[in-house]
Ligand binder design. Structure first.
Ligand code: NAD
Length: 478
């Protein structure tokens, strides 16, 4: 029987106005299920329920909130294989990557269960005699959550968990192509003892349901992860109505490889960062900037490594790279491969769709030798397509690394303490990696970027408190 993923509004599972298929990108002949997309009126009903439920939830004991989040975290961790399997079928990352992501989602709920008990405040001496000054944090209210498809468990977790921990109510809109993961998360949350309306899931399109979250004045804060064009559109609308907003968007993350690097390690770091999770990570190393002295050897070794990678069904054992997540993303990847060729970038490896045992969106990992001005070296592709760029020396490599509109993550492979230290200080990015892939972060520390990659306070770790609470300063004369 086809599984049907429904939305969750005001403590009830609801049917949608429209139905659509939930595809399996590894095997288009066996879809994951179907989903019921809600309309704008249903999204408004979810916002209404959240607005009604939030004041009492914001005043609950932090222990009650901690217990609810701990329940969710424990269940996700206990079911990580099963949830990982659903994720692999729906989004297409390999089973090992998917189980890892499910575990990460569980750990995030556990982390914020603890944070619910550690909501910070301050007491300062007043400049006036006899007066006390207290600074406390209160919930912002109703939080709208708009998520992308590439981390369908972890990204919703790192938005839903802090929203609830700090006493907010949440209305969560997942990306259209991953309704199953969103439903699975909501199903666990529906049994966590939350009062009706505190958490709502609205499955539907960005244009209708996402837009309803931006338009509705009962939404007090909006957290978005997705592409730059969508994020910038939301930012303009948020500014027009004074909506608190946080945006995590694209990247074109550089990985610098210096001549003094351990080349075997650098190749592993580059291949992992650029191609694992099918290159569909905002932190992917899509620009490999390699010092001239080792450029050709690096390229040859990466080519050999790519030849050994197995592309295939996300659930099959031994597969290193799953399918591209959707036909639309495949189209984007292929069109950029065409752009790279037309611009005169040299195709070193891959570039073609693969026909495998099952019909799916399979693309060979692709490597171009590019010039810094090529579009494939400047624009986010969001697939298993990387550009290698030659640098004269460290200074040139740093200049190339920073020559981008984005600023999410930047990495360097070097054995030089001097260059590593300089790079950490001068890379224009929110996150810097030394001898590590640009993708792959810890859950308990801030995540986010600079320049066109991000807007607003950081996500994750205790820095999440900035976005999900508002500060109150109280003066008392006893
Ligand atoms: P997207 O911008 O197409 O969609 C993101 C979400 O916005 C989806 O839920 C979509 O339905 C919704 N949306 C679309 N139009 C909308 C509108 N007009 N109003 C309101 N909501 C709307 O992005 P995507 O293709 O799902 O995800 C890929 C992008 O996400 C990449 O650019 C990637 O770099 C970025 N990303 C960034 C991070 C980060 O933390 N920086 C993490 C993961 C992904």
């Amino acid at each position: 029987m086809t599984q049907r993923f429904r939305s969750y509004i005001d403590g009830q599972w609801v049917e949608g106005a429209d139905s659509a298929q939930d595809e399996n990108p590894s095997d288009l002949a066996s879809p994951v299920g179907e989903y019921a997309a809600v309309d704008a009126a249903q999204a408004q009903a979810a916002i209404e329920a959240a607005a009604r439920a939030q004041p009492a939830w914001g005043l609950t004991s932090p222990q009650q909130r901690a217990d609810a989040l701990d329940f969710v975290g424990s269940e996700i961790l206990a079911r990580k294989e099963e949830l990982g399997r659903l994720l692999a079928r729906e989004e297409g990352k390999t089973l090992a990557e998917s189980i890892g992501e499910a575990a990460r989602a569980g750990q995030i709920f556990k982390f914020f269960a603890g944070e619910a008990l550690r909501i910070p405040g301050e007491k300062l001496a007043s400049t006036r005699p006899g007066v006390d000054v207290e600074i406390t944090r209160e919930p912002v209210g109703v939080v709208g959550i708009i998520a992308p498809w590439n981390f369908p468990l972890a990204i919703p977790a790192w938005k839903i968990a802090p929203a609830l921990a700090y006493g907010n109510a949440a209305v969560f809109k997942p990306a259209e192509i991953v309704p199953g993961c969103a439903w699975a998360l909501a199903e666990i949350l529906s049994r966590a003892g939350l009062p009706a309306g505190v958490f709502n899931l609205v499955i539907g399109s960005g244009r209708v349901v996402g837009q309803a979250l931006v338009d509705d004045r009962r939404v007090d804060a909006l957290t978005f992860t997705g592409s730059v064009p969508t994020g910038n559109g939301l930012l303009r609308q948020a500014a027009a109505r004074g909506l608190k907003i946080q945006l995590e968007m694209g990247g074109k993350n550089p990985l610098v490889v210096l001549a003094d690097a351990d080349l075997d390690k650098a190749v592993e770091i580059a291949v992992n960062g650029a191609y694992f999770s099918t290159g569909q990570r905002c932190t992917a190393s899509s620009r490999l900037i390699v010092e001239s002295a080792v450029h050709d050897e690096f390229v040859a070794r990466v080519g050999r490594r790519l030849a050994a990678l197995k592309v295939g069904d996300a659930l099959e054992s031994g597969v290193d790279i799953g399918p591209v997540a959707s036909a639309e993303q495949m189209q984007t990847n292929l069109s950029y491969i065409g752009v790279g060729r037309d611009e005169g970038a040299e195709l070193l490896y891959g570039g073609e769709e693969l026909e495998l045992r099952t019909r799916g969106h399979y693309l060979a990992p692709t490597l171009f030798a590019a010039q810094p001005q090529h579009r494939i070296a400047r624009e986010e592709i969001f697939g298993p397509v990387a550009a290698v760029i030659r640098a004269d020396d460290y200074d040139h490599a740093l200049q190339l690394a920073n020559d981008t509109e984005f600023g999410l993550c930047a990495g360097i492979c070097t054995t030089s303490l001097k260059y590593a230290t300089h790079f950490k200080r001068h890379a224009q990015a929110g996150m810097v990696m030394v001898n590590l892939p640009t993708a792959g972060v810890d859950p308990h520390v801030p995540f986010g970027g600079r320049k066109a990659s991000s807007y607003g306070p950081r996500e994750q770790g205790r820095y999440a408190v900035e976005f999900y609470t508002t500060v109150k300063t109280a003066y008392t004369l006893a």
